[in-house]
Write a protein that binds this ligand. Structure first.
Ligand code: UDP
Length: 262
């Protein structure tokens, strides 16, 4: 699917497109997609938002199928501090981190104002419900269309599809972790009865209090990754991708200084 004409400017980091958006622009884009779908005579394919961090970019460099998912997403928001750093190395500036973990709050706040129906799919049993309850407490009137844990496996699709068609959401949050959630949305986007689907990784765990989020001061120091490593040490192998990312960015920068085409 080709992006909307109003899709904001993109830049390329190690071959992965990242949109130069902040939360305000992201919410405006979602608003426009929800309106389009509500006004359309026939159902439109679901729009996909990917929350790109350095791990996504390293994974895409190793897995062409994942690179294709990201290349076809309607919006690739800059989730990780490393993505903003990499853009700066290329002489570009991204306005702010647009994380799935913060985005879920921003989107639900707007959903409560606009009446967007939100559906929470994924995480461990019961976590999606607790996420919805917490967000409904924060944003009174939030239209919760439904919650379902499920899994991204093929055998779950019939049950998930039935739940989604019964709920008819505008926004679908998918918390199956990357890259599975992003493949899942990509592969189902013509069948998903929602205006927008966004993979949010561990955001439900943060909102529901299953996993502690890094304190704001650590996030401001761009050390959220360190907090994750200390609180979830089993992530160490995945986190080795961070130095790989830094090395690849330096290498690209040395080879092609300021040749970003966008
Ligand atoms: N998860 C799930 N089903 C699966 C695999 C993962 O519901 O088959 C959930 C898991 O419970 C967690 C989220 O997906 O809530 C993954 O969180 P993580 O922080 O690892 O996301 P990532 O950083 O990988 O995007």
């Amino acid at each position: 699917m080709s992006p909307l004409p109003e899709t904001p400017q993109r830049l390329s980091i190690l071959g992965v497109s990242v949109d130069c958006v902040d939360f305000a622009a992201t919410l405006a884009q979602i608003d426009s997609w929800v309106q389009q779908r509500r006004l359309a005579a026939a159902p439109l394919p679901c729009r996909q938002i990917c929350t790109v961090n350095p791990e996504f970019i390293v994974d895409a460099s190793r897995n062409p199928a994942f690179a294709t998912v990201l290349a076809n997403a309607d919006l690739c928001v800059p989730d990780g501090a490393g993505v903003l750093w990499a853009a700066a190395q290329l002489g570009r500036q991204l306005p702010e981190r647009v994380t799935g973990s913060d985005g879920i709050y921003h989107i639900c706040a707007r959903a409560a104002q606009r009446g967007w129906r939100v559906f929470f799919l994924g995480a461990a049993p019961g976590v999606a419900q607790r996420t919805a309850q917490q967000l409904a407490r924060l944003y009174p009137g939030l239209p919760v269309a439904g919650c379902y844990a499920g899994s991204p496996t093929e055998k779950e699709w019939a049950a998930i599809s039935a739940a989604l068609h019964g709920a008819s959401p505008d926004i679908l949050f998918v918390a199956y972790g990357h890259p599975r959630q992003d493949f899942w949305i990509h592969n189902r986007r013509t069948e998903l009865p929602a205006a927008v689907a966004i993979g949010v990784g561990g955001a439900f765990d943060f909102v529901a209090g299953v996993t502690p989020r890094a304190p704001a001061w650590l996030q401001q120091l761009n050390l959220e990754w360190l907090h994750r490593l200390l609180t979830q040490p089993w992530r160490w192998r995945r986190m080795l991708k961070l130095p790989i990312f830094v090395w690849k960015v330096f290498r690209q920068h040395r080879q092609t200084p300021s040749t970003d085409p966008s």
